[in-house]
Write a protein that binds this ligand. Structure first.
Ligand code: 1Q0
Length: 214
């Protein structure tokens, strides 16, 4: 896989997640979505086989960017302000998808579940060995997270696509943060920030009983 010097740096993506959490432990949507945009850019470089994933991810990030740049933008500064606003204004349908198909809460919930996959996948890459198979790391991470929310046909397509993933060393190289050892060290430093964003979001959504939004 060709690696352009300025193509993708995982460091920048992870830095975005790092700047998400404020001193008050709020999760800021701006950097959260920037982090996702970076990941999607990377996903594009993996080829057309992942386009069914990136299409959905782009659609969801786009919905959120529209809110963040829309009339109610000050309500969409953080996940906390979004949840408060959407719940108070009756914008979230707790029973069926058709009611409010694109609420910020249900859209972020999908990204949030995918963040758990990312956390497990990057942790698997970090702790793996040179000959660990990324398709196995990816499938295990997927089965332990997102798969529970996907119908059979998507699970199947995902598992087939995972077989096309590059080797662990190629992955560490595409991260563009130096040698394989440096990439592993960077993952070790950066992963706690993703865990933090995930943990705060999980607690917020659990508190408001939003973890099963249709
Ligand atoms: C590296 C390989 C990437 C593999 C991505 C794994 C996730 C597979 C997910 C398959 C999703 C399929 C498309 C549709 C799903 C929707 O039905 C579902 C629910 O939405 P809705 O509206 O129908 O209720 N949507 C989701 O679950 C959201 C899925 C978003 C997935 C976003 C994945 C973004 C991945 C980026 C690549 C990161 C790689 C990082 C490694 C960097 C190392 C250099």
């Amino acid at each position: 896989m060709a690696v352009e010097a300025d193509a993708f740096s995982l460091r920048e993506v992870l830095a975005a997640f790092q700047t998400c959490v404020t001193e008050q432990r709020e999760v800021l949507l701006g950097p959260y979505l920037r982090g996702w945009r970076g990941l999607i850019r990377f996903l594009h470089s993996l080829g057309a086989i992942f386009s069914f994933v990136s299409k959905d991810a782009v659609a969801k990030v786009q919905i959120m960017e529209n809110y963040c740049g829309g009339e109610q933008r000050e309500k969409y500064v953080s996940l906390q302000s979004m949840v408060e606003y959407e719940l108070a204004s009756g914008l979230v349908d707790l029973q069926k998808r058709s009611g409010r198909p694109d609420s910020g809460c249900r859209t972020v919930l999908r990204l949030h579940r995918a963040l758990r996959w990312l956390q497990l996948f990057l942790e698997g890459l970090r702790t793996g060995t040179e000959d660990s198979r990324t398709s196995v790391i990816c499938t295990d991470s997927y089965n332990a997270s997102l798969a529970a929310y996907h119908p059979w046909v998507i699970r199947k397509a995902a598992t087939v696509a995972f077989c096309a993933l590059p080797s662990r060393n190629a992955f560490l190289e595409i991260m563009n943060v130096g040698t394989a050892e440096e990439a592993v060290a960077m993952l070790g430093e950066a992963l706690p920030y993703i865990c933090d964003v995930y943990g705060i979001t999980q607690e917020l959504f659990a508190q408001h009983k939003l973890l099963d939004l249709p």
